[in-house]
Design a binder for this molecule. Structure first.
Ligand SMILES: C[S@@+](CC[C@H](N)C(=O)[O-])C[C@H]1O[C@@H](n2cnc3c(N)ncnc32)[C@H](O)[C@@H]1O
Length: 397
């Protein structure tokens, strides 16, 4: 019970990370570089937003004309429905509007729309945004927001962390183009990885390493490292492992990795694990293990296990994705004993613990106290070649 409450509290906090303007701008620019008409004549929906102060709304409203948008719609979630009670964050914009209602502001979501020049200054811009309260609380799963999804061509947002999978499924159900930001680890869950494998979803362009700064509400308990408060008293924290997820094309994903042959890697690799050694093979299936993306041999035609970070460099014209260890997404792997036969074990203080899939093997003897490595156990309980999570790929023929 205590654990459930802790998880809830953690999720509630992570659902309230606000994206910085520069991060949105950099990502959108990457699509425009590839195709300047990416947003032309499109209806863009920004759900799960807080339009009065969101940088998503600000960016798309300010660039309405140069992006060539047809319509911008942005919706927010009612403060009373949010898991983290962030208190009243009323802006002057709302308070001074004729439609301001002190009750509705707590229990209703809001919708902001932009599609024409209201103030007659000859431009469609942020000053032409019109708003009103929604019928409901702005929950993306509601019929009201679903109807907006169906009207939209492209959905852009930072969805609540705790509902990332559900949110992505919601977008795909509507068959929409999207750019959303989330935790890179989401890729390894069985609901998402198959879409990466089939080139239906890929990572965006502008974030491939390091951490990013997000705004957090005033009430946010600053108990993490890497936070700051700016001169206006706004709080920010740095978050690791963030990626854009998208199904809009961009240039980076069509740039093949520049790689050395297997022989050259073994002679000249900068990695001590490879230089003068050889590529390990798995005990239980026919693939080589490549511990670093830049050490993928250019001339090897069979399956290879590579780190998850390979996806930051993945070019679908260069490689095909065959599967992922630990989940059953490996239908394309030929002549290989399926990974389903293996159980993932994590080693923590020498105590075998179950995998995320709840698999355990009580008899496992795990080497290396405190090791963070993941071990695969053969179906008869033996420890087979131990490695981190791996994506299995093969050079495109
Ligand atoms: C990660 S924040 C991002 C906010 C904004 N898009 C940004 O980046 O600045 C996610 C937002 O979704 C809201 N939210 C949580 N659950 C929601 C739901 N079921 N439907 C709609 N919005 C929700 C949260 O309250 C929060 O405001």
């Amino acid at each position: 019970m205590a654990n459930t409450n802790l998880t809830k509290a953690k999720n509630a906090k992570q659902d309230e990370f606000y994206t910085q303007y520069e991060d949105i701008e950099k990502e959108v620019r990457a699509y425009l570089e590839y195709n300047p008409d990416t947003f032309r004549d499109k209806v863009v929906l920004l759900p799960c937003d807080d339009p009065e102060w969101s940088n998503f709304t600000k960016f798309f409203a300010l660039h309405f004309e140069d992006l060539g948008l047809k319509k911008l719609i942005s919706t927010s979630y009612a403060p009373d429905s949010k898991q983290l009670k962030i208190g009243s964050q009323l802006t002057l914009f709302e308070k001074e509007s004729p439609q301001f209602d002190p009750t509705k502001t707590q229990i209703k979501g809001k919708i902001f729309e932009l599609d024409r020049d209201i103030d007659g200054n000859g431009h469609i811009d942020i000053d032409d945004l019109q708003w009103h309260y929604l019928e409901g609380d702005g929950d993306f799963k509601s019929e009201e927001i679903k109807a907006l999804r169906d009207e939209a061509d492209i959905i852009v947002t930072n969805p609540p962390f705790s509902l990332f999978r559900e949110f992505l499924a919601w977008i795909l159900e509507g068959d929409k183009k999207f750019i959303i930001i989330g935790n890179m680890n989401s890729v390894t869950c069985k609901e998402i990885f198959p879409f990466f494998m089939d080139n239906i979803i890929w990572y965006g362009c502008s974030i491939s390493s390091g951490d990013r700064e997000f705004g957090v509400p005033d009430c946010y308990p600053i108990d993490a490292s890497g936070w700051r408060i700016d001169e206006n008293g706004n709080k920010y924290i740095r978050v690791k492992g963030v990626r854009w997820f998208t199904n809009l094309d961009h240039g980076r994903r069509h740039q093949p990795l520049s790689l050395m042959s297997m022989n050259d890697n073994l002679k000249f690799s900068k990695h001590k694990e490879l230089k003068g050694k050889k590529y390990q093979t798995y005990d239980n299936f026919n693939a080589i293990d490549v511990p670093f993306t830049d050490a993928i041999p250019s001339d090897y035609d069979k399956p290879m296990g590579v780190p998850i970070s390979f996806l930051d460099k993945y070019c679908p014209e260069q490689f095909e994705i065959l599967g992922l260890s630990q989940i059953g997404c490996h239908d394309k792997l030929p002549d290989i004993k399926k990974y389903n036969d293996y159980k993932e074990m994590r080693c923590s203080d020498n105590q075998p613990t179950g995998s995320s899939g709840g698999k355990t093997n009580e008899n496992a003897v795990l080497p290396g106290k405190g090791s963070k490595k993941t071990y695969y156990l053969g179906s008869s309980g033996e420890i087979v070649h131990s490695e981190y999570k791996r994506i299995f790929i093969r050079k495109k023929q």
